[in-house]
Design a binder for this molecule. Structure first.
Ligand code: ASP
Length: 304
């Protein structure tokens, strides 16, 4: 009989709403200030081929709070730099006794490939321009803390949509629960055919239209590292798409402002917006630990 593959967290797109809800409920109950031993003896490898601040540190904190041991491997300080393939690194890490791998990789789909070859859970901490499922989950938790339900909400996601795995995971998650998602940015960074990513997704290049009546405004960084030589007029971007306090008044009065980080102040949003009353940017960071505790616990804790 063929051995069944362990469960992984690869992307939001293929997840059932009931599994997303269960993870969000578990995350809401998590208390990072109260360590437990539920994952004692488990080894979690953090395999990072790209830089990270929030995702890496919150997965590490989540794992340690649940009693697990973590090993960090970054591309620049490992044999990855010497040319070792992803699969060989995976076999090595698994032979060392890893119980799960949390990976960030620049290639879209890399996690699905690794999951085919290894018999331990693979957790996607960002694959290229494709998905960032734990971010999608922590964003949903942050919205739910402010809005109670996702149903009927208008969520405007503004900025560099094209390069954003965060936007894609949100575009898959939010409509599963009845929210309307609008992508908005300049045509180069927000092509019209992105509307095909998910049912009901709307694309516009008109910031005022996107913001009007929004319950949630999510600002995204322009990912200069993925522009690959393409030119972007910063002045024009700021003039047409920067979120300022005046622009934010187009959204509902009780709208919340989110950003996955890192934020570039003075580019995609102003200081007043980043630090204003509507900002939930630091709540997102805190929810990141809770969501990642829930992910690790649900994939690794023994059921008995
Ligand atoms: N931190 C997010 C990501 O890794 C967003 C960004 O880098 O702008 O996708």
């Amino acid at each position: 009989m063929k051995r069944q593959k362990p469960r992984s967290l690869l992307g939001i797109e293929g997840m059932e709403p009931k599994d997303i809800s269960a993870l969000l409920k578990l995350a809401a109950r998590m208390n990072p200030a109260k360590p437990s031993n539920i994952l004692r003896g488990k080894v979690i490898v953090l395999l990072f081929y790209e830089t990270s601040t929030r995702t890496r540190s919150s997965f590490e904190l989540a794992a340690k709070t649940l009693g697990a041991t973590t090993i960090l491997i970054t591309a620049s300080a490992s044999s990855i730099e010497k040319g070792e393939s992803l699969i060989d690194t995976g076999y090595t890490v698994s032979s060392l006794g890893a119980d799960a791998i949390v990976m960030r990789h620049p290639s879209s789909g890399a996690h699905w490939l690794l999951a085919e070859h290894l018999n331990i859970p693979i957790i996607n901490a960002g694959d290229g321009m494709h998905e960032h499922p734990s971010q999608g989950l922590l964003d949903a938790l942050t919205i739910l803390q402010a809005k109670k339900s996702l149903k009927g909400l208008k969520v405007a996601i503004i900025g560099d949509l094209y390069h954003s795995r965060v936007a894609r995971s949100n575009a898959h998650l939010l409509p599963k629960f009845g929210a309307k998602v609008v992508f908005c940015g300049p045509p180069d960074l927000c092509p019209d055919d992105m509307a095909k990513i998910a049912d009901g997704l709307e694309v516009t290049h008109d910031l005022d239209k996107a913001l009007t009546g929004a319950d949630v405004v999510m600002s995204l960084r322009v990912q200069k590292e993925r522009l690959a030589g393409r030119q972007l007029s910063i002045e024009e971007y700021i003039a047409r798409y920067q979120i300022t306090p005046e622009k934010l008044t187009l959204a509902k009065k009780d709208a919340i402002l989110m950003h996955p980080g890192p934020i570039i102040r003075g580019m995609e949003l102003t200081n007043d917006v980043a630090d204003g009353m509507q900002s939930r940017i630091l709540n997102q960071v805190q929810n990141g630990v809770k969501v990642r505790m829930a992910i690790l616990q649900s994939l690794l804790a023994s059921k008995n």
